[in-house]
Every structure is written in C-alpha cells, then in structure tokens.
Design a protein around this ligand. Structure first.
Ligand SMILES: O=C(O)C(=O)C[C@H](O)[C@H](O)COP(=O)(O)O
Length: 211
C-alpha cells in the first residue's frame, strides 16, 4: 500500500526530535536507547550505515517504550532486513521510483526523502503526505520549508541534516513540520566514553523543544 498516513503520523508526533543513530557497538544499543527513551525521545532512527546496524536495531527494539525505525533505506533488501529486525518504520534519504515500488509490499511505513517541490509533488502523487526534507540545512533550511507550506499545504515534513537545537526550534515553529531528525543528541565523545547520563540530558532538552 502507499504510505499509511495515520501510522506514520502517530509515530512522528510522539516527540519533536527523532535521534538519528549511527552505531556499530551492539553493547551500547540498549543503554543508548534507554537513555533516549528516558529523556523523552522514544522514536529512534537507526541508520543502516554500520556493519552491526541490524543487531543494534534488534537490541533497541527490546527496550520498553522504544519505537525503532531504520534509516538510510535504499532498496527492497534493506526493507526486508528492517522488518526482520523489528523496525516499526523506515526512513530514506531519497524517494526513487524503485524505492517507492518496493515500499508497496512492506507492512511498515516509509518516510522517503525529498529536496525540491517537484520531488515532493512526485512523492505526493504516489500517496505520500509525510516526507523527510534532506539534507535540510545544506538545501537552505527552514526558509525553504516555509516557502513549501503555501503551495504544498497537504505535505508535512521531517527535516534532517545539519540541525542543532536552535535550528530545530525554528523548524518546529513551521506549520508543515511534524518533527526534526538529528544526531546532535549523541555526541561522539559521549558515546565513546559511555556517558549515557549526558545523552539522556541532551534528549530531555530536545524533547522539550517546541516551535
Ligand atoms: O543516513 C541517512 O539516511 C540520513 O538521512 C543521514 C542523516 O539524516 C544524517 O546523518 C543526520 O544528520 P546530522 O544530524 O546532520 O548528523
């Protein structure tokens, strides 16, 4: 089926920020997910960019309250692995026709990425009303999404790429933004030292962000 708008809306409305997780150390998966959930960010996007990403997803999916999705999804094989790992949603940097074809056969919703009005319109024609705007800051940031709102009022976005807490607040004030994605909640040095208390504190600040 095309994107189940109610399903993806109910996930993306749970918190203002979706942490974008790039993790290879499976042992850190559960404590990281627990810190993020405890800090008020239950929706977790785990990118398929590390060798152990699927095992990380499986571990995170066991954490009470965590809603785990896959990121960097680019083909049907990624979709099958995501479902098998217990994912509840999928995110892609793009929205190629073959990717959208493959998503028709998958039970969990896809949030595809777009960068222009033409791409957003093409995805909307395929039944997608919730889209990722990527790479958000490199493409011009919040002013671009603000400009999308009038001609494309039926399309809602999750901007991702280059966002920090200050920029997040600006995006979240826009009527066509449901949440933002970002990796700033998990600084590399905090992960390296296993400082999950700091990550939980950053998550708590992010969960309190409002437009
Ligand atoms: O892997 C994907 O599918 C992506 O979409 C890339 C992520 O969105 C960025 O890695 C997060 O962006 P930053 O917050 O700038 O780190």
């Amino acid at each position: 089926m095309p994107q189940d708008a109610n399903a993806i809306r109910s996930i993306l409305s749970l918190a203002p920020v979706v942490p974008v997780i790039i993790l290879d150390d499976v042992a850190q998966a559960r404590p990281l997910a627990e810190a993020l959930v405890a800090g008020g960010l239950p929706v977790l996007e785990v990118t398929l960019r590390t060798p152990n990403a699927l095992r990380v997803m499986e571990e995170m999916a066991k954490v009470s309250g965590a809603i785990v999705g896959s990121g960097t999804v680019r083909n049907a094989a990624h979709m099958k692995s995501s479902v098998d790992a217990g994912c509840r949603f999928m995110v892609s940097p793009g929205a190629s026709p073959r990717l959208l074809d493959a998503a028709e056969d998958v039970a969990i919703p896809l949030l595809p990425g777009i960068g222009t009005p033409t791409e957003a319109m093409a995805a909307a024609e395929r039944g997608y009303s919730f889209l990722k705007f990527f790479p958000a800051e490199a493409l011009g940031g919040a002013p671009v999404l603000k400009a999308f709102a009038s001609p494309l009022p039926d399309i809602t976005f999750c901007p991702t790429g280059g966002i920090d807490p200050v920029k997040a607040k600006t995006y979240l004030a826009l009527p066509n933004v449901i949440c933002v994605g970002g990796s700033w909640i998990m600084p590399a040095d905090a992960l390296a030292s296993g400082d999950f208390a700091r990550i939980e504190a950053l998550a708590r600040e992010a969960s309190a962000l409002k437009g």
